[in-house]
Design a protein around this ligand. Structure first.
Ligand code: ZN
Length: 182
């Protein structure tokens, strides 16, 4: 049995709040929510299930998008066609980042933003993120390119920031000399 997650829309004020650190070990309810998010994000990236359940494709979700104001993020990254790597990070902290910045050429999307938003979102090209996994073990992940962008996008959610907040309103697009577009 699979039921779609009920993801909050950008208009919901809960998406603008700063989330609280989570104490470990995680509750069974939070663990259940994490499993549900992983399933939803995985299915949303498999065309057969995407269609069957009418899902919007997405690779990441943060707890506040479900109305839970806790510092937990989940990313399901398709590193090769049909091959997924899951990342669950509780109380994530970006502990280092590159000087170089990148932006997704086609802009970012968000499961809470149900409209097209045009513009480049500057992000660090490489980051190191630390936190805990769902079992309370310390984790450290080095990410680059698209995966690094996803981590920064999700960590922003924990501080009430949405991706379009970072788009330059006066000049939303960069050229290749300013930022590397990926
Ligand atoms: Zn988002």
């Amino acid at each position: 049995m699979f039921t779609k997650l009920n993801v909050l829309d950008e208009k919901d004020k809960r998406l603008r709040q700063k989330c609280k650190e989570v104490s470990l070990p995680l509750s069974d309810e939070d663990k259940k929510t994490i499993k549900h998010i992983i399933k939803h994000l995985t299915y949303s990236q498999i065309p057969e299930y995407e269609e069957k359940y009418n899902l919007r494709p997405g690779m990441g979700l943060a707890f506040p998008q479900l109305g839970k104001l806790k510092r937990i993020i989940v990313i399901v990254y398709e590193y090769e066609e049909g091959q997924f790597q899951n990342y669950v990070i509780v109380n994530p902290k970006i502990v280092s980042y590159s000087e170089e910045k990148v932006a997704l050429e086609t802009g970012e999307g968000c499961l809470s933003v149900n409209r097209e938003v045009e513009g480049h979102v500057p992000r660090y090209a490489r980051i190191t993120i630390e936190g805990f996994d769902e079992d309370g073990n310390k984790v450290k992940v080095r990410a680059r390119e698209e995966l690094a962008v996803a981590f920064q996008h999700e960590v922003d959610h924990l501080d009430g920031i949405l991706f379009f907040d970072r788009i330059n309103k006066k000049r939303p697009f960069y050229n290749e000399n300013e930022i590397r577009l990926i």
